[in-house]
Design a protein around this ligand. Structure first.
Ligand code: PMP
Length: 421
């Protein structure tokens, strides 16, 4: 039975993300476990998108749930300006030991967007302290870095950002590698304006919300090295790709790249609680000292380094062991098999996968407002699968606990929809 009362109350008072204030009714969920969401009418729905790419190991993992409960009972929250606590320090130690060598400091924030804002602000202020007039940020076309103003500014301009032109800053754009010559554009830009460029922000290997666009490690390495050679700071936004999504723990590892700043969120807490982290080198951190009038980073959020979120993150990192890496390999294999089953369909374009993320485009109108996948989400939900195409881009991005059988079911439902459409 559909919980009509909940839906009516929801419609009266709640406004959901990425929706009109008056939108079709959402899916009520009462409980979640492993790869499944459970609805009030007793249905189990396979979460093929890790609840917006956050649920890492599976919903309700008992080890993370226990860590959250224990931390809530001990220290639920304390101001992080002037105070500290064990979970935040231990998490910083763990993250800096796991991340590419040289990223030694952690600045905590609330989510992916704020992790990006912090990286941008640190980069700009770093050059201010250094007394250099570098204020241009380089970003990729089709990038998505979040919905706050700085993160929007470095994201692709389009339907998401169109009403906010007046509040965004200009950035220098280069094509993303799968659809243009990013290196040539970067070279031209650096030749012209290199001395004024502060930072290059990129999503390593995989541009997520911009259409699950994938590119190769050699290109990533070349882009990062060109920027570094020109003295430009490299900001890697691994909000989506972090914690094994593309195979290795961080996507930068594919290319042996150590960025100057690394943005993390989403899977950081295993998908239990919001938390952002911006990792940076001690070279950058050490410039923020008392010698410069700009030596203080005036940035902080009420819930910075919330102890419960940090405890969840520590428990999640404990689960990223060898067995988890093997599971991710198994998922990658299952994606290859799944994509092979739909590859021949005349509407399927550019089937692709990297690690635990698979995607393909649908023929027809391109972009977020495309209706090429219209009906797929409802069709899949009727068959117990939650998907959320990005316009004409269909993707599968499951939690690591998903089984081969469950993945085969997801691809089966997609194939059935392709056949029926
Ligand atoms: N960066 C990337 C690469 C993302 O995919 C996202 C979210 N989809 C963000 C930043 C923003 O994260 P949040 O939604 O947690 O603010």
């Amino acid at each position: 039975m559909i919980d009509r009362d909940l839906l009516a109350r929801d419609a009266r008072h709640v406004w959901h993300p990425y929706s009109r204030a008056t939108a079709p009714p959402p899916l009520p969920v009462v409980r979640a476990s492993g790869a499944y969401l459970h609805t009030p009418d007793g249905r189990a729905v396979l979460d093929a998108i890790s609840s917006w790419w956050v649920t890492l190991h599976g919903h309700g993992h008992p080890a993370i749930a226990a860590a959250v409960a224990a931390q809530a009972a001990a220290l639920e929250q304390v101001i992080f300006a002037g105070c500290t606590h064990e979970p935040a320090v231990r998490l910083a130690e763990r993250l800096t030991s796991l991340a590419p060598a040289g990223l030694d400091r952690v600045f905590y924030s609330d989510d992916g967007s704020t992790a990006v804002e912090v990286a941008l602000k640190i980069a700009l202020q770093y050059w201010r302290i250094a007394g250099q007039d570098r204020d241009i940020i380089i970003a990729m076309e089709h990038a998505y870095h979040g919905d706050t103003v700085g993160a929007m500014s470095v994201s692709a301009r389009g339907v998401f950002t169109a009403p906010f032109g007046a509040m965004m800053f200009d950035v220098a754009r280069i094509p993303e590698p799968s659809s243009g010559d990013s290196l040539a554009a970067l070279d031209a830009l650096l030749d012209r304006d290199g001395g004024r460029c502060a930072a290059l922000i990129l999503e390593p290997m995989l541009l997520g919300a911009g259409g699950m666009r994938m590119y190769d490690a050699a290109t990533l390495a070349r882009i990062a090295h060109r920027a570094t050679d020109a003295g430009v700071l490299v900001i890697a936004d691994e909000v989506l790709t972090g914690f094994g999504r593309t195979g290795p723990l961080f996507a930068c590892e594919h290319a042996d790249v150590t960025p100057d700043l690394l943005c993390l969120s989403k899977g950081l807490t295993g998908g239990f609680l919001p938390l952002g982290a911006t990792l940076l080198t001690s070279r950058i951190a050490s410039t923020f000292d008392g010698r410069s009038p700009f030596g203080t980073l005036y940035h902080g959020h009420s819930y910075t380094a919330n102890p419960i979120a940090c405890a969840a993150a520590l428990a999640s990192l404990d689960l990223l062991d060898e067995a988890c890496a093997e599971r991710r390999d198994t998922i990658a294999d299952a994606h290859r098999r799944g994509l092979a089953t739909i590859r021949a369909d005349s509407r399927v374009r550019a089937p692709r996968a990297i690690g635990t993320v698979a995607a393909f485009d649908l023929a027809g109108e391109v972009g977020y407002l495309s209706d090429a996948a219209a009906g797929l989400a409802a069709f899949a939900l009727d068959r117990g699968v939650l998907v959320r195409p990005l316009g004409n881009v269909v993707y599968v991005l499951p939690p690591y606990c998903i089984t081969d059988g469950e993945l085969a079911h997801i691809y089966g439902v997609i194939a059935e929809w392709l056949d029926s459409a």
